[in-house]
Design a protein. Sequence first.
Length: 453
Amino acid sequence: MITSPAPLIALKTPQNVSLEEVNEVLNKIWTSEPSAGDDGTLVGATRARTFSLIVYEPSETQQLLGELGYYKGPIDGIDGPRTKAAIQVAQNHLGLLMNGRSSPELLVTLREQLNTRRSQQDQSPLPQASYTLDAGSAGVADDVASQNPCRIITLCPIPESTGGITAQVSAYCPVQKQSSGSLICCEYIALKGTYEELAEASGFIQSLLIVDLPKFLWWKAVPDLQQELFRKLASFSNLVIVDSSTFDEATTALVTIQSLHQKGINVADLNWRRLSAWQELTAEAFDPPSRRAALSEVDRFVLDYEAGNAAQAFLYLGWLASRLNWRFVSSTHVGGDYDLRKIQFTNDDQRMIEAELAAIPVANTGEVIGDLIDLKLTSTNLEADCCTVICSETMGCMRMEAGGGAQSCRVQHVSPLMERSSEMLMSQQLQRWGQDILFQESLAVAAQILQVA
């Protein structure tokens, strides 16, 4: 177990400033000579020039934790172990279930506590999170900052105006980036105001972006071109990043994302990247020449996923159909206990392919809602060597059976991977901002199905 302190040096802890003071305060931080950070550490700091990231963060969790003192660090919208540690401390102090996850109950309780402390002018210290690295997740908490030093601008919408946008500025230096005694540091700017106020300030937000560097927009809500703020921010971003696993109406959101691609807006979905292991094992199953020849015989496909979010299921089906040149014919929502959906395709040989997607109720969902559980590719031609079963290692094969007539099924298991977390996937996504043609082709098929489902 590694017990070294959190891998960030606070060059400038969060400071409330006016909009006019943002750039002035940031410029005063940087110096070519070693200087003492706010935590007393002597550092030589270099201003990072990698990219700019705008985070639209509609959740108040991190803001409230910071205002109450549970959370120490930049308001960046990154829900890594640093924020989870603060949530656990707050949950313990407030008598709530300690699971490290935000919830409506936690938000209500935090708001009540903040209102109480303000009305009573209570400044007594609250318990603070003690964050340390461990062997299993070393560096994950600050993955975006440590691997991608940059400028992060977090937009925090609030329901009612407090008289205009308020700003908070900070600067943190990940120790992993030390070079010849110097630290390459990340700047954080948090802007809080109503949605309308933030939309009106889009020109100011654009002025904060570092010139001639890639510009990312992490939109932590369903994207909508009818929304002024999203439309303006997307117009000057190289890439819009979303995570469809967090959407209540994920299938509707996939259609929306497809429409954005059609309008020339480059969008990446972190949920798509969670399918890579399933895609790799599917392709690997048909690598042997004898099985590759039988791939065209596949005409039955069944997929189970965790009930609650069908985005991964449709993205995988879209990927499979686009790779095998299946042409969409029809879709039927059967419903029932498993909320069955039956989809028909035809292939180049005019063979009819039947696919079935089933939402399986599970007792304990993980951090990602809608994960794939298992899938099966088979053929009505019992002589074809194409039967393949892929299962989640943690969930098992559920309804899938590996036998069947003259066929012998190839069974493989997908291992749970740490890099499926949003902060890790975000760090990886920030290494690329070009168009993902494979994602776009798969999404187009998924959207075609969903538009008539």
